[in-house]
Design a protein. Structure first.
Lengths: 146, 388
């Protein structure tokens, strides 16, 4: 199910409100990616790097870096855990994240340390629709999207 | 009135200069340091590559080692630069507002550049902010710009829903003067040799404060103008100060943990650099185009040959293509857009011939890359790093 006709937000995912990073539980791991509004503000990603596999990360802190439009910033972990897997394809071709953000453009997998508690702070379920609409309105008001 | 601290320091090492800017961005974002404008110079000379560049693709390492030129990596993006006593470093660190999205990068870049633009204009130099990230004078680049958004560490007591705090670092390198032959010996360029012709080619694309003013203006005079420019642009009061002892300790720690380590300086990216070239004959002369791709993005474009074009027009084309998509249709559309703005200046170079040459150079770069991809020990090896 997609929440908005123009900007897709798959309902099965969990979204970080400020970083526009999505998370999806996959067995013992959580797959991480960037949502379409995050990408709308990023533009084409030229470079991406990730902390090494096995490195612990904390929710709200950097798990890597991205460069787009000569602005460099941190890629923020939506939950705490250990980095388990990198998507080597997006490291070689970061544009894949722009082209297929919820599919082939996934970024990394974490082994979460406290998914039950931290996922409660992510947007999911009945909260998703109102949050997406409010975010789209906010982006429009700021002139970041048409 | 809002107060910013003004720090001026000279002859700093590459690792101290970069660690200080990085450290202040994080501390200002966390509310631990006050907003700061730092106007400084590096010890002559050092080569600073962009955040994701590979040193060996950008810098003549052996020449640097032989001549005591240190090499380091900026936290900000963009290309490699040569810094020393004649290049003014500008580092503005401010707290983020929570809405410092990448979409606003150009807007932020233009806003933060205003202090420098005002300073240059006060010296009689008609500088302006153009495109995504250049301050230019008559089509020649005089300042390089970049922005780094640093997230402050999450406080243990924060609620899970508390948004992370961030600091913004605006970085600029203002060319008061520049030794172009030295730059060509330190930084890798499309040129195979360094002669008067290559030096003239570079001089057609970049300029300096001294060249524009036609006199040997002191760097301190330019620095004073930049400080006044920021005061005027932001309506702030600059209070001269220095790093606190706590900040110096944090900077020293970041130097030893990050900027003094080979792991930071020599890290590589999995995005392959690919180069290609093409030559196309036109009624107006030979077109010689060389491109460097970073993945599917045009990282650098050089347009040479024996045609005639208005001053600055070729540099304008090259800069207009940089950091744009390398997709054939996107390249054609971008060139058409750039031509529309300077049609009479480019009348001797047919648009379709240039489009063909750029697209052919891109295709050749991509073919070379796919050959490299077949080599399991080629440039796709991605050493893991703690500094992602």
């Amino acid at each position: 199910m997609l929440i908005n006709a123009r900007y897709s937000f798959p309902a099965e995912l969990y979204y970080d409100r400020s970083a526009h990073v999505w998370a999806r539980p996959d067995g013992d791991a959580v797959t991480i990616g960037l949502d379409v509004l995050g990408l709308e503000s990023l533009g084409d990603i030229a470079y991406l790097s990730l902390h090494a596999i096995g490195v612990p990360v904390r929710r709200g802190e950097a798990m890597g870096s991205v460069e787009a439009a000569k602005m460099v910033g941190d890629l923020i972990a939506p939950v705490s855990g250990l980095i388990a897997t990198h998507n080597e394809a997006v490291l070689r071709d970061p544009g894949l994240i722009n082209r297929d953000p919820y599919g082939e453009g996934w970024i990394a997998r974490l082994i979460p340390s406290d998914w039950a508690r931290e996922s409660a702070a992510l947007v999911h379920g009945i909260d998703l629709g109102p949050w997406v609409e409010a975010e789209i309105e906010r982006y429009r008001a700021q002139g970041w999207i048409d | 009135m809002i107060h910013w601290r003004l720090i001026t320091d000279d002859g700093v090492s590459a690792s101290f200069g970069l660690a200080a800017d990085d450290c202040l961005a994080t501390r200002v974002g966390a509310g631990e340091s006050q907003p700061t404008l730092r106007l400084y110079t590096y010890r002559s000379h050092c080569a600073l590559v962009g955040r994701f560049q590979n040193v060996d693709h950008e810098v003549h390492r052996e020449y640097c080692l032989a001549h005591g030129i240190s090499i380091n990596r900026r936290p900000t993006g963009g290309g490699a630069i040569l810094m020393g006593a004649d290049q003014l470093g500008v580092a503005l660190t401010l707290p983020g507002t929570g809405d410092d999205s990448y979409h606003r990068a150009r807007e932020l870049m233009a806003r933060f550049s205003q202090g420098i633009v005002i300073a240059l204009q006060s010296l009689g130099i008609p500088a302006s902010f153009r495109r995504k990230n250049d301050i230019e004078v008559n089509g020649r680049k005089i300042v390089g710009l970049g922005i780094y958004r640093a997230h402050a560490p999450v406080q243990p007591a924060s609620a899970p829903s508390t948004p992370p705090r961030s600091g913004l670092l605006f970085h600029a390198s203002l060319l008061v003067g520049l030794d172009i032959p030295l730059m060509l010996r330190v930084l890798k360029t499309p040129f195979e040799k360094i002669s008067d012709k290559e030096i003239a080619t570079v001089a057609d694309r970049i300029t300096t404060v001294r060249r524009e003013m036609g006199c040997e203006v002191e760097l301190d005079e330019v620095r004073a103008r930049v400080a006044e420019g920021y005061t005027a642009a932001f309506g702030v009061s600059l209070v001269p100060g220095d790093f606190t002892s706590v900040e110096r300790e944090a900077i020293s720690h970041l130097q030893s943990r990050k900027y003094d380590t080979a792991e930071w300086v020599n890290q590589t990216t999995a995005v392959a650099d690919m180069t290609g070239s093409a030559k196309v004959k036109t009624p107006g002369g030979l077109l010689d185009v060389r491109v460097t791709l970073a993945g599917n993005t045009l990282k650098a474009v050089f347009i040479g040959g024996d045609f005639f074009a208005a001053e600055g027009a070729i540099a304008d084309l090259e800069a207009g293509l940089r950091w744009q998509s390398a997709e054939p249709r996107a390249v054609a559309a971008r060139l058409a857009h750039l031509y529309a703005a300077r049609a009479s200046d480019l009348a001797t170079i047919p648009l379709d011939a240039l489009t063909q040459a750029v697209q052919q150079a891109i295709r050749r770069a991509q073919v070379a890359e796919s050959v490299a991809r077949a080599d399991p020990y080629g440039c796709f090896v991605n050493p893991e790093s703690a500094y992602a």
